[in-house]
Design a protein around this ligand. Structure first.
Ligand code: PEP
Ligand code: MG
Length: 755
């Protein structure tokens, strides 16, 4: 059994799309278990029906047509109980449902196992046989193992839109949302523009051809260009390869001239798909023929077909038609939205973001916060490749997406979006006012910046300064470390723009999920590896250049605060302080007129929480990095959508740790700020006020929202809320309680759609 299992899994892993994977599974499982039928039903997340997606043994024309509502038939029982169902004679079961289209009256023995991914039932895998008998333990275990393997492949295919015919378009129109995670607050109605990495055939979306002739011409030109490329390549390597290897070029030329490639793609373009989408379908179809061959040599040829497909795609993508057009109200949508993808959209046209990957604290969410646009992340149920150009609604509070909404739904969300604008306009009057509680406590509100190069929104925000400038950005956008002079110019601009208000520059925090192309760090466990201060202390030449640039940039302004990330050991602070002081003295010695900056550390690692007094004694201020602190306390990778449901900064353990840090800072009479995303969340900000936070540093888009919280609640009321939630045992209850507190104070519009 184990060998068979391994063979099937290997074969499934080489499948390029889900249809292919499913067809391998039903065929091979039927053979291996010597049964009469093997079928896969998948759950349509929109209509909540089980759809027959593949079968070996049932009538082929039933595939894609048979849909069972939840509660119907034995398939549903397997789905709802999340357990195998093993029956000697299925028709005897009271919930058995006869479906004429499948021709199933001939079968008796039934074994169904659920296909589950991340606690969600994705579908059901079933085997049937004519004979009346229960399956033995080995058979059940075998089918369960296959189903567990299948779950990952289905989740991936769903995200990339590879499940054709699964999503019931009618149900989409019925306004059922795709459930994902909140990324950044706000609601938006707009049009999905799907963006994707280039030269990856698997992620090319279907798109309606705007001019069929142009698409056909582009395809023919791309084919011609690749023919030339192959000829040139062949000429270049002909002297160093033997005849057998050179035959590959011949094979490529034959494929490039073949009807199966040209005519099939042209036919698909004629039926309305644009050239890259038509090419993807043809190449996948062609490669699958090779994939299914028994001869291993011939199976390898599938790789050649795909390689050729990528070459043609690259040529098509170099053409200007492939540059996405971003209409007004663009909802930028993709598997994984990066900073550079966001930067390409004209700001005025960007209405929202949907990312299939990521969680509420990953960088796409932080960027959306910084830009003040709603975002939904972890939308792995959304068939990304099929929503390009569709009208969509996103609800960044609840983490929901509606595709092709009805006019009533659209009107409702437009009303909510208008109310949000009114709310923002109402908050505008707070811009020039201080963040002071009704009982007179001033909580300076600083902004987080640096991830985006433009600091002007922060400058006009009425912020009391910069509480976190992430210096990684100038390092990430170059092809080598920026020079001292380049860094000095950037830091000077920021410090000048805000002087005399304080500017907190954080020293380089690379590693983890922040990579530099020219300084690769490859680790098994990057978040527990070489990150932040660990890297810079190991490379004093990089650290000292950055520190010198910062100190030089502060000359005459004297508003520099230095912040050290990822501190986990006392020795790191001592060593960093030694380097900073040495550098300062050296600069004075050569006559530079700089002042010693204030030096602070980020508290974002559990070990730092428990040495808070010793750490606080060594520095001028503390800043709580709740993004990382939450990830390390809860052992939940902040970027992993698989565990995103477990990531919550309102978890009682996180709140207890934050309170412990604040108390330590107060004992040592050191100011303590919070600069993680939590500071920008109105409910959390109220709790931090109750804990005795000295200042908050947040995304500019959240500044006025949080200011309205500070100006509404007294410190005593904030403490009261804190005392209540410290009695609670889970984040969800705490969130509900805090939403209620804000709603009661007339600030409900800060935490949900509408005013
Ligand atoms: C944090 O960890 O809370 C933080 C502010 O730093 P970053 O998000 O850049 O890791
Ligand atoms: Mg951090």
């Amino acid at each position: 059994m184990l060998n068979t299992l391994r063979r099937i899994v290997t074969e499934v892993n080489t499948a390029r799309d889900l249809d292919h994977a499913l067809s391998i599974i039903v065929k091979r499982v039927k053979q291996a278990m010597m049964v009469d039928v093997c079928s896969v039903y998948l759950l349509d997340p929109v209509s909540h029906c089980y759809v027959l997606m593949a079968s070996d043994g049932l009538r082929p024309d039933a595939v894609g047509k048979v849909r069972l509502k939840q509660g119907e038939g034995l398939v549903s029982i397997v789905g709802s109980t999340e357990e195998p169902l093993n029956l000697a004679n299925a028709p005897d079961h009271p919930r058995y449902q006869f479906i004429a289209e499948t021709g199933e009256e001939l079968f008796h023995g039934f074994l169904g196992v659920p296909i589950i991914q991340h606690r969600k039932v994705m579908g059901v895998l079933i085997v049937r046989q004519h004979q009346q008998r229960r399956y033995d333990e080995d058979e059940v275990a075998f089918l369960l193992t296959i189903a567990a393997q299948l779950a990952g492949a289905i989740a991936h295919a769903k995200a990339s839109g590879g499940i054709k015919g699964l999503i019931d378009q009618a149900a989409i129109i019925e306004n059922r949302p795709v459930i994902a995670l909140p990324g950044a607050p706000g609601v938006a109605v707009g049009f999905a523009v799907v963006v994707y990495p280039l030269a990856d055939l698997d992620v090319v979306p279907d798109r309606k051809a705007s001019d069929i002739e142009t698409e056909m011409d582009a395809f023919r030109l791309a084919i011609e260009a690749v023919r030339n490329d192959i000829r040139l390549l062949e000429a270049r390597v002909s002297t160093s390869l033997d005849a057998e290897d050179l035959a590959l070029f011949n094979a490529y030329q034959l494929m490039l001239n073949s009807d199966s490639l040209i005519i099939k793609t042209i036919e698909r373009i004629k039926s309305g798909n644009w050239a890259p989408g038509a090419l993807r379908e043809t190449i996948n179809e062609h490669a699958r023929v090779f994939d299914e061959m028994d001869d291993p040599y011939m199976r390898e040829r599938a790789g050649d077909v795909r390689d050729l497909g990528r070459r043609i795609l690259l040529r098509l993508q170099s053409d200007s038609r492939s540059q996405p057009y971003y209409p007004p109200r663009t909802i930028l949508t993709g598997e994984e939205i990066t900073a550079s993808m966001l930067a390409e959209v004209p700001v005025a046209n960007l209405a929202g973001v949907i990312s299939a990957r990521g969680s509420s604290s990953s960088h796409v969410a932080i960027l959306a916060h910084a830009l003040g646009i709603p975002a939904v992340v972890g939308a792995s149920d959304l068939p990304i490749a099929r929503v390009d150009g569709c009208e969509v609604i996103i609800d960044g509070y609840r983490g929901q997406v509606y595709v092709s909404p009805s006019s009533t739904m659209r009107e409702e969300y437009i009303r909510l979006a208008n109310e949000e604008q009114e709310l923002s306009a109402g908050l505008e009057e707070l811009r020039g006012m201080p963040a002071v509680t009704p009982d007179g406590m001033h909580i300076p509100l600083y902004v987080n910046t640096g991830l985006l190069s433009d600091i002007s929104p922060s400058q006009n925000s009425g912020a009391d300064g910069i509480g976190l400038y992430r210096t990684e950005f100038p390092f990430m956008t170059r092809e080598r470390f920026p020079s001292e002079e380049e860094q000095c110019i950037i830091y000077r601009q920021v410090m000048e723009a805000f002087a005399p208000r304080p500017v907190t520059l954080r020293t380089l925090d690379i590693g983890g999920d922040k990579a530099l192309s020219y300084f690769p760090i490859s680790e098994e466990n990057p978040f527990l590896g070489w990150r932040g201060i660990r890297v810079t202390l190991d490379h004093p030449e990089i650290f000292l250049v950055q520190l010198r640039a910062m100190l030089r940039a502060s000359a005459g302004l004297n508003n520099l605060h230095l912040l050290l990330p990822m501190v986990s050991h006392i020795a790191e602070v001592d060593e960093a302080q030694r380097l900073i002081k040495r550098l300062y003295r050296e600069m004075l010695d050569v006559g530079e007129t700089v002042e010693m900056p204030k030096v602070g550390i980020m508290i974002e690692v559990p070990s730092a929480v428990y040495q808070i007094d010793a750490l606080a004694r060594r520095v001028d201020f503390l800043s709580e990095g709740t993004n990382d602190l939450t990830q390390y306390l809860l052992a939940v990778d902040r970027n992993n959508s698989r565990v995103a449901g477990l990531y919550d900064s309102l978890h009682p353990s996180v709140l207890t740790a934050l309170l412990h840090i604040m108390q330590g800072a107060h004992r040592q009479q050191k100011p303590v700020s919070v600069c993680g995303e939590m500071a920008g969340d109105p409910a959390s900000a109220l709790l931090l006020l109750g804990m005795g936070v000295t200042s908050l540093s947040l995304s500019v888009a959240n500044l006025l929202r949080v200011k309205s919280v500070i100006r509404t609640f007294t410190v005593a009321q904030a403490r009261e809320s804190l005392d209540s939630v410290l009695q609670m045992e889970d984040a969800r209850t705490i969130r509900r309680h805090m939403d209620g507190v804000l709603e009661k104070a007339g600030l409900g519009g800060l935490v949900r759609a509408g005013k």
